[in-house]
Design a protein around this ligand. Structure first.
Ligand SMILES: *Cc1c(COP(=O)(O)O)cnc(C)c1O
Length: 390
């Protein structure tokens, strides 16, 4: 067993901040009222969630009514795509969905489902070798039949950032709603909706030191949205179900702290990231960086190693005390090459050997140096013990 364990997988999830836990705690016990109830217990709950909504809105530069609380990033993506696609088809007969091959499955599979079961046509924008969308390609492919455009802000697997502001301006000019999945971006990048030109934006609390199982969707006033979960009139009827008050409080408090500390944390992460990238490329033979070298999440380093089987590498790193990932957490376990790496044009001999290292608030320079010392012999061993056949 390793003497110490070092967590380097903050893109998969982050630990709950103590201050967030403290803010949530009363709402699990004494402040238990249903915000939809008329009495004092209910009023207390309602005041709490409306306070949380104002906090989130202020950070996004939006109106409170433009914030919907959901069960997480995945639900926000689902509601954005399904809700806008169905509403746009109803309003103006638009039947095409325009997205990218490098989206999180919560977007891509939703778009595919809308195509397979609801008669929409799916168009994919090309991406360059860094996984980035060129605004010129959006101009070329957006049509009056496009119901919604969805482009990920910061890629979870390879860290690359997209030019959201430019892409949003193109959609705005043509009157097509624009969604971005900002679930990774929110912890480290600006998320002011007017500067990003977005109409819909997804957030998930557990990626910024908040609780799991809660998210938010920003919906610009005037954006058509069909409700995909029907029932009570919570969240202005767009998202039925009794509010999960403690989790909503947790999301708002986590976002408030993240916003306050964003600049200083991002600067610190960037230094650790640069050290990881330089160290890995220098010490591990036949290694390559994936994603953009500069336009990437401050805390995110991702690589491919030639002829290495990623799951064996992750298991060996785990035994040595390091928690890393090969890409999206949801894909761990499947020995398939990642769709995202395939979209970048990497062959299986490279793409089966991906490693993602994402730092967080607690990581130190010492931990990174220990990791950089440990990695090269582990890669060497895995390479010879589990040769990749492609
Ligand atoms: C984690 C993640 C999601 C899913 O969020 P959940 O809250 O876990 O449902 C969606 N998109 C991106 C980019 C993510 O990193």
């Amino acid at each position: 067993m390793a003497e110490r364990r070092i967590y380097l997988d903050h893109a998969a999830t982050t630990p709950l901040d103590d201050r967030v836990f403290a803010a949530m705690a009363p709402y699990f016990r004494e402040k238990f009222g249903n915000p939809s109830s008329i009495h004092v217990w209910g009023q207390e709950g309602e005041a709490a969630i409306e306070g949380a909504r104002r906090t989130v809105a202020e950070i996004l530069g939006s109106y409170s009514q433009e914030i919907l609380f959901t069960s997480g990033g995945s639900e926000s993506d689902n509601l954005a795509l399904r809700g806008a696609a169905l509403a746009e088809r109803h309003a103006r007969g638009a039947t095409r969905i325009l997205t990218t091959p490098v989206e999180h499955p919560a977007v891509l599979k939703t778009a595919q489902d809308l195509a397979a079961r609801h008669g929409f046509h799916l168009d994919l924008l090309p991406v360059d070798g860094y996984g980035r969308v060129d605004p010129g390609d959006l101009v070329a492919r957006i049509t009056p039949e496009t119901a919604i455009v969805s482009v990920i802000y910061a890629n979870n697997e390879i860290g690359t950032l997209n030019p959201i502001r430019e892409l949003g301006a193109i959609c705005r000019e043509r009157g097509v709603p624009f969604h971005t999945d900002a679930v990774q971006a929110a912890s480290q990048l600006p998320i002011v909706v007017d500067s990003l030109n977005v109409d819909l934006m997804s957030l998930g609390a557990h990626k910024f030191y908040g609780p799991k199982g809660v998210g938010a969707l920003y919906v610009r006033n005037g954006t058509g949205l069909a409700s995909t979960q029907t029932g009570g009139s919570q969240e202005r009827g767009f998202r039925a179900g009794t509010h999960n008050v403690p989790l909503i409080i947790g999301l708002a408090e986590a976002l408030r702290i993240t916003h306050e500390e964003r600049a200083s944390q991002a600067a610190r992460f960037r230094i650790l990231r640069e050290r990881i990238i330089a160290g890995v490329l220098e010490r591990v033979p036949e290694s390559r960086l994936t994603g953009h070298p500069r336009d990437r999440l401050p805390n995110h380093a991702s690589f491919v190693f030639h002829g290495v089987e990623a799951n064996s590498l992750l298991a060996a790193l785990d035994i040595a005390g390091y928690g890393c990932s090969s890409g999206s957490a949801c894909k761990t376990g499947a020995p398939e090459p990642s769709d995202i790496l395939a979209a970048l044009g990497l062959g299986d001999d490279w793409s089966l050997g991906s490693l993602r290292v994402t730092v967080g608030r607690s990581n130190t320079r010492d931990e990174i140096e220990a990791f950089l010392d440990a990695l090269p012999p582990i890669v060497r061993r895995v390479r010879s013990a589990f040769p990749v056949r492609t």
